[in-house]
Design a protein around this ligand. Sequence first.
Ligand code: GLU
Length: 307
Amino acid sequence: MDYQSILNEIYDEIQPHLDEGKVADYIPALAKVDKSQFAMTVTLGDGSSYSVGDYEKRFSIQSISKVFTFTLALKIYSKALYHRVGVEPSGNPFNSLVQLEYEFGKPRNPFINAGALVITDSLISHYKDNYNALEAILNFIRDITDDKSICFDAEVAYSEMEHGDRNLSLAYLMKSFNNFENSVEDTVMTYFKHCAVKMNTQELSRSFLYLAFDGKDPISEKEFISQSQTRRINAVMLTCGHYDASGEFAFHVGLPAKSGVGGGIAAVVPGKMSIAVWSPALNRYGNSHAGTIALELFTQKSGVSIF
Ligand code: GLU
C-alpha cells in the first residue's frame, strides 16, 4: 500500500479543518501554541515510516503519557493494579470529582486523571521516591522510542502546577479513601512532568510500535510487556482512550488510541503499524479536532481496521 500518497491526500484534505477547534488554554504554556500546525506519521513493523507536515516538531504529549505509565505499572503490579483502578469507561469529563466520590475513591480507568494519578502514585511507591519514578518513566519512554533525547518541558509542567487545583483535589479525595500512598504534591508534580514529555509524531508512532506487536518491539526485538497485557492495554485504549468521546472515536475510527490535550493522538493497528497525529486545536471533548478527522480519513483510505 502507498502510505505516503494516503498521507499526502490527508494533508491536503485536512487544511480547511485546521482553523476549527480551540487549543487547550487551561495550561497557560499550551495556550501559546499555533493551531494551524498538523503532522502525521505511520510506522510499520519493519521500521519503515511515512510522514507529512510538521512531523519533526515536538509537542506536549500530555495524556498520551498515561499509556506509558499504565504499561509500567501493569508490568510491576500485574492484576493487583486493578484493586486500585478499574477498566470501565467513565462517561464523565477526564477531571471529574463527582464519580470518584460516589465510587469511594477508586477511579474508573487508568486514563482519566484520577486513574493516572493513582498509577503515578503506585510507580513512586515501587521506585521508592518521585525522582527515581520519573527517571524510570522517562527511561521507559526513551527505550520504546529508541531515542535517548526524549525529555519533558519544565515550563509546561510548572505552568500546570500553578493551575493544578483540580488534580490536587482528585489526589486528596483518593487519599481520604486510602487509595493514595505518597505525598499528594510530589505525586501530582511527577504526573505533570510525565504529561509534559515532548515528542514529535515520528517519535510517538515509533514508541507505540510495541503495542501493535504483542508487547515486543519488532525492530529492537525487546519485549516490554506480555502479549496478554498488551491486549488489555489496547482494550482500555479502545474503550477509554478519548475521554467521554471514546465511543464516538471507536465508532468513527475504530482503532485503539490515546489522545492528549496537547493535540496528539497515538493509535495502533495490531500486527501492522502504529500511527501518530498532531494538531493542537481540540474539539469540545478535548481531543485533537483535525487529528481525529485525519485518523478517520486514514482508516477509510487504507482500509485498516481491527473489526
Ligand atoms: N496534564 C493534563 C491534566 O492533567 C492532561 C490532560 C490530558 O491530556 O487529558 O489536566
